[in-house]
Write a protein that binds this ligand. Structure first.
Ligand code: NGO
Length: 530
């Protein structure tokens, strides 16, 4: 009850600024988002659940042929993107104008509202209009994603639909729980072309994910062009690479830059990963000098792990590693660079530690924060790094120790977040080494308290990796990712006080038609009443 009162108090304080749009208020509030779907769309329908919601009993706002969008300066590109999203189904012109009688207004606060931070937003809906405010463009973008979910599902149609384009009235104040909300695509086991990566970015940005981790190299393939090392991609990304030789392809540096740009427009930051010192067979086939004996290993297209290792005792290895890190850092505006570090089972432990002690600081040399799978926690230099926790055990003492000494941790427990795990043993693709993961399993856990000994303030966020051993095409990607990615989005964004399986399940059921209209090939989990 105390929480409920506090939320209402905060919200009411904000209404004094913009009360005209909203009164009268309905006396309900939304620490735990509630009403069941299917049913009318309400302010409680949104995924991920917003932090604070106060519906109003005034009539809804209705978008009509005369509605305009009002946005200045840095808000304008976001308004344009919103208008472009709403035009096909509504058929309305939705011009961007300085003012209008019925308007959707996007405003950047002159005086920052500290509660909102960089990614939060405030959305007010009244009969005369919608006012969306944020401190930064990222917050406005997040708010537009909420607004889209408040419109009828037919808004996703690609041609004009007869519909009452109403938005329920009230106020939402929202901000993320964690600064890092990510998902990963493995381009190494099967390459997925830039057009598919862009479709994935479109989908994840709707759920307010802000990082896309690209796993760009592994035993079966090398997928990013590196100047001075052309065979990495011509051989390592060429015909016959990927699992069973069926996933060839690579990104040129221009492709990569274009993905970075496209993602940034949607407030998604690309996190590149080159896995080392293990998972490097493709690089060694291309450049045998990366092995200790200089002999090229045979090309591998199976899915075993742990057999390859860079030669950690050769100086030339570090010339290669530095070249790769320097180029990737230059291509990547984001703060992080992922250097893998998992399953180096054929690297002696002392060699592994010596390798990480050299390589993690190299990332810092090029202006980025090092990021690695949780095995790097054993190296002292990992206290300055971001550690990606992928264990199926909740006890990993090396990670707890590194977190205690300053490292930040991203939660990707394989038995909760690995999108490549099967939903159940009948799922046509996917693996099950970490178990099967139905939607509720993906949803019902807490990243802040999951890893024993890792304090909540060391948890930077959550990431759902999608490994691609069994994913041949983009349909496979979508089927494994959705709907579970919506669950991970909510864990990353929504305050713990909103966590409620029944509410989530019903909101997900109501969301399903949006995926259907967009042609997203999602898994119809029997746990959800679609
Ligand atoms: C493990 C392994 C990957 C596999 C994945 C499959 C990590 C960090 N290393 O996760 O090479 O592709 O499982 O689920």
């Amino acid at each position: 009850m105390a929480t409920v009162r506090r939320v209402r108090h905060n919200l009411l304080a904000h209404l004094t600024v913009a009360g005209a749009l909203l009164l009268p208020l309905v006396v309900t509030t939304a620490s735990a988002a509630s009403p069941p779907a299917p049913g009318p769309i309400t302010l409680h329908s949104v995924i991920p659940a917003p932090a604070e919601v106060v519906p109003s009993s005034s009539g809804p706002f209705r978008i009509t042929a005369t509605t305009v969008l009002v946005a200045a300066s840095a808000a304008r590109p976001i308004a344009e993107r919103l208008a472009a999203a709403l035009r096909p189904a509504t058929g309305f012109p939705l011009p961007i104008r300085p003012a209008g009688t019925t308007a959707i207004t996007l405003l950047l606060n002159d005086a920052p509202d500290p509660w909102l931070g960089d990614e939060g937003y405030q959305l007010e809906v009244g009969t005369q209009g919608v006012a969306l405010r944020a401190n930064r463009p990222a917050g406005l973008f997040a708010g537009t994603q909420t607004l889209r979910q408040l419109l009828p599902t037919t808004v996703e149609a690609s041609s004009v639909r007869p519909e009452n384009w109403t938005v329920p009235a009230g106020l939402i104040r929202d901000r993320p729980r964690f600064p890092y909300r990510g998902t990963m695509l493995d381009l190494a086991r099967h390459f997925h072309p830039p057009a598919d990566v862009k479709r994935y970015i479109d989908e994840i940005s709707r759920f307010k994910f802000n990082y896309l981790h690209l796993h760009l190299a592994d035993d079966q393939g090398w997928r990013i062009e590196i100047d001075g090392w052309p065979r990495l991609t011509t051989v390592g990304g060429g015909p016959g690479t990927g699992v069973r030789g069926l996933g060839p392809g690579y990104l040129t540096q221009a492709d990569y830059r274009e993905l970075v740009r496209y993602a940034a427009e949607r407030f998604v930051t690309i996190l590149p990963e080159i896995d080392m010192p293990g998972h490097v067979n493709a690089a060694q086939v291309a450049y045998p000098s990366l092995t200790c004996d200089g002999v090229a290993p045979r090309q591998r297209t199976d899915i075993r792990v742990g057999y390859s290792s860079l030669c950690t005792s050769k100086e030339s290895t570090y010339v290669f590693v530095e070249d790769v890190i320097r180029q990737l850092a230059a291509l990547t505006p984001g703060p992080y660079l992922h250097v893998g570090g998992d399953e180096a089972l054929s690297t002696r432990h002392e060699d592994y530690l010596a390798f990480e002690q050299r390589v993690l600081p190299l990332v810092a040399k090029y202006g980025k924060t090092a990021y690695g799978w949780h095995e790097i926690a054993a190296a002292p230099a990992a206290t300055d790094a971001v550690i990606q926790y992928w264990s199926v055990s909740r006890d990993t003492p090396t990670v707890a120790a590194a977190a205690g000494a300053g490292a930040k941790v991203i939660l990707s427990p394989a038995d909760r977040t690995y999108l490549d795990m099967q939903y159940d043993l009948l799922t046509p693709g996917g693996l099950h080494w970490a178990g099967t993961i139905e939607v509720r399993t993906a949803y019902d856990w807490d990243p802040a308290t999951w890893a024993h000994g890792v304090p909540a303030d060391a948890v930077l966020g959550v990431e759902a990796p999608l490994w691609s051993e069994t994913l041949r095409d983009y349909d496979d990607v979508e089927f494994q990712a959705f709907p579970r990615l919506a669950a991970i989005a909510e864990l990353g964004w929504s305050p713990r006080s909103t966590h409620d399986w029944i509410s989530f399940r019903d909101r997900l059921a109501a969301y399903g038609p949006r995926w259907t209209r967009r042609g997203v090939h999602f898994y119809r989990s029997p746990q959800i009443r679609w």
